[in-house]
Ligand binder design. Structure first.
Ligand SMILES: [Zn+2]
Length: 177
């Protein structure tokens, strides 16, 4: 990544590129942008355009190709030449979903993921993978803590299906990863 922060041309291009990507929706959860999903890991700029580093949510996720071409299309349309590079390490975690992203998920009726673990520069999983599932997520509709697991798999494999015992509404829970 070039350090071009002092150069107004480069700084402006990076800022514009982030703004464009904030309008690119995740194909699986259209209410949340690829930026809020936390999969855009960086935007570097050079003389020939920008380089977007992308970390897919799941290795081999078929949506990755769709996301890549959506990003390319959006930036090209904004007049920014782009190259997308895939960065697999460190792996994506639900902890990278932004505060805005979490709020949008909840608005959409999806319970946002509990913290996946503690991170300090790199991912350290202090909590065993299954541990978060023991505590049920709060209902995104009425906020009740009384919820029950219906199925480990909701509308997509990354979500579990729950039901609220109070308002009786079923909802997807975005599983921590
Ligand atoms: Zn409820």
């Amino acid at each position: 990544m070039k350090e071009m922060g002092s150069d107004p041309y480069f700084a402006d291009t990076v800022e514009r590129a982030w703004a464009v990507l904030a309008t690119v929706a995740d194909p699986e959860i259209p209410v949340i942008s690829v930026v809020d999903l936390g999969i855009v890991r960086g935007i570097a700029v050079g003389d020939d355009g920008v380089e977007v580093s992308l970390t897919p949510t799941y290795a081999g996720c078929p949506a990755t190709h769709v996301i890549e071409s959506d990003i390319r299309e959006a930036l090209t349309r904004a007049g920014i030449a782009v190259r997308v590079v895939t960065r697999l390490a460190p792996p994506w975690t639900t902890d990278w979903i932004t505060t805005t992203g979490r709020a949008r998920l909840k608005e959409f009726g999806i319970a946002p993921p509990a913290p996946a673990g503690s991170r300090d520069g790199q991912i350290i999983r202090l909590v065993p993978r299954g541990a978060n599932m023991q505590k049920t997520p709060a209902c995104p509709h009425c906020g009740s803590a009384g919820t029950e697991l219906l199925s480990q798999f909701g509308s997509t494999p990354c979500k579990a299906l729950y039901r609220c015992v109070d308002c009786r509404e079923p909802f997807d829970y975005f599983k921590p990863l």
